[in-house]
Design a protein around this ligand. Sequence first.
Ligand code: GLC
Length: 711
Amino acid sequence: MKTYEFKNGTKAFRYGHPIETGAIVQSKIEKELKEELDILFEKGHAKISIKLLPNDMVYGFGGNLGGINRRGRLYESYCTDEPLHIEDKTKLYSAHNFFIISGKETKGYFIDFPSRIKYDVGYYNENYFNIEIYGEDFYIYIIEGKDAKEVSEKFLEIIGRSYIPPKWAFGYFQSRWGYKDREEVRKVYENFRKNDIPLEGIFLDLDYMENFKDFTISEERFSGFEDFVEDLKKDGLYLVPIIDAGVKAEEGYHVYEEGIAGDHFCKNEAGDPYEAVVWPGKVHFPDFMKEDTQLWFGSKYKILTDCGIEGFWNDMNEPAIFYEQKALDEAIQYAHEQKDENLDVFSYFKLKDNFINLANKDSYYKNFYHEIDGKTVSNDEVHNLYGYYMTKSANLGLSKLLKNKRFLLISRASSIGMHRYGGIWTGDNSSWWFHLEQNIKILPSLNMCGFFYIGGDTGGFGGNCNGELLTRWLQLSIFTPLLRNHSAIGSNNQEPYVFSKEVLKNTRNLIKARYSLIPYIYSEYMKAVNNYTLMFKPLSFEFKGTLVEEVEDQLLLGDQLMLAPVYRSNQRGRYVYFPEDMLEVSFLDRDMATTVRKKGIHYVEYGLEDLKFFIRKNSIIPYVKPSKNVKELDLTDLQLLAYVDDEAFYKLYDDDGKSYDFIEGKSYLTNIKIAKKAEDYKINIDNNNPYIKNINIKIIDSNNNINHKEI
Ligand code: GLC
């Protein structure tokens, strides 16, 4: 074992000879340290058991199901195309092996290992946190801090700054698998404009491709693509096409031909390109572990950036496999053998399961190989790096192609480290209330693991959404950096205008509110990312007490807001726990009604026509007039909503939203201070944002007295 230490005190323990995943970027120095965990190495696996005290909370594990407090559940890190997010699933698309145990003592742990890890977080025995690592070569990082917030911030420092999208990526996006051609996409765009609903862009699913082939555009359905893209862009509308991991194995197809010629595909046991079946039929998987393959695949995005595209979503990169030919043949063979047999129940189940369980079998991932530093390594051994390195490849390519222009990039599969190259969406959720609830819980966990450009499929991907669910979901998603309404082919349409007039009115107002709040959301995003702090926090990261620890359906956004979305049907409000006095704001009410809420539990009415949030004492929220897209956002008249007890402060961050010039300090700051002085307020504003000309302030004190100021 080798041991190291980081500048911020994080300790690192190296066991064996781990594969370097690139998750950690900060440098560490060798230092002799005492081992802190008892690790049992057995049959090629490593087992760790940590005692849990009755009051210990467990946070982290990023994009998985379950609570903000992860205790009492089983988890597994093995990126999986899991279309059914139900209670007993232990793994989804991501492998985020960072967790914090917080109680009398608080410690964070990151297991840097690219294959399977299983966690039993006090599930079978409530007093133990048991971990099984499927290998013997890994790093374990241990982070100490005074509380979970400090620990997570130290972790963010060592894994490096998160990906930063352009400002337009904070707009509202419509998506649907099944917008079959250019005319349909245009119709969606026109419907948004006709109904006066802001729209930033439309995601293009598989339908735009020629037979599901990456980096092709269907001539029949999307002819004149470049003109189409440019035409929409004139009106500030972006198209964001999908790219899948698997490359169709088809002679004559340029990506396939180049991949073969350049030796870019993963190999099977015999050393030939490995073949599996995904959307296009038989595919090969690029070996993203090889640097020249990363550069090659990344350069292919040019075909679309040349058409004016500036945003992408990388999908099916766990990688998802529908089936291997051999497994399908075996299932068919067995079925033939059973024909005319008098099947007992077990044979019948086998017959049925042979077909049902064809997708994403564990065994497939042992059948193909990567080349890492000249060595052959099975996908199983580095499984969790595949989506990460595909997205790194895209990021490298796009950075070269678009130069100083930022781009939108999200991935489905991920592990820690990928957060520096792109954001993620939370995969194929369903139009279920339970999934709206899960969406609340996943946000702080993802931030803890470095992922900030995040959002779920608003309205739900699978299943049929209705107007009430979409409205409630939007009331949450209005605050998530990625705001995309996406649905699956075969489900009912769920654009805001397909429901009743009432739903249209409410969802339009919500999306407009999003645009009003973009200056605030963007500012909070950039500050969190640049300062290595969390954008979304559980209440227990700021407040103490049992009630705070048990709240699983409320969140803090930045240092200013508490959110408490309604996530059940037929409700006109909900109980909200206020850990301190806060100001309740009905943002969509014509008069923007406010109520001072005293510390404690209150039933808060929350209608479908509203957008509610709660401002913490001595906090200020900036907003502007809504616009139809980010390009037209106008900061000339900045509005401030301030809840002032004695002295409130806000630092509004802004920059050009397009380039990376902010790294050289080219950003705008507006420092606002409002202090209560006798019967009046003293306002200090230090502004270097040239776009802000007038500032209108609405100040509310702890008696709900309202004061207006103009500057
Ligand atoms: C996967 C993606 C989903 C997409 C579909 C078709 O299920 O998660 O978002 O719509 O594939 O491309």
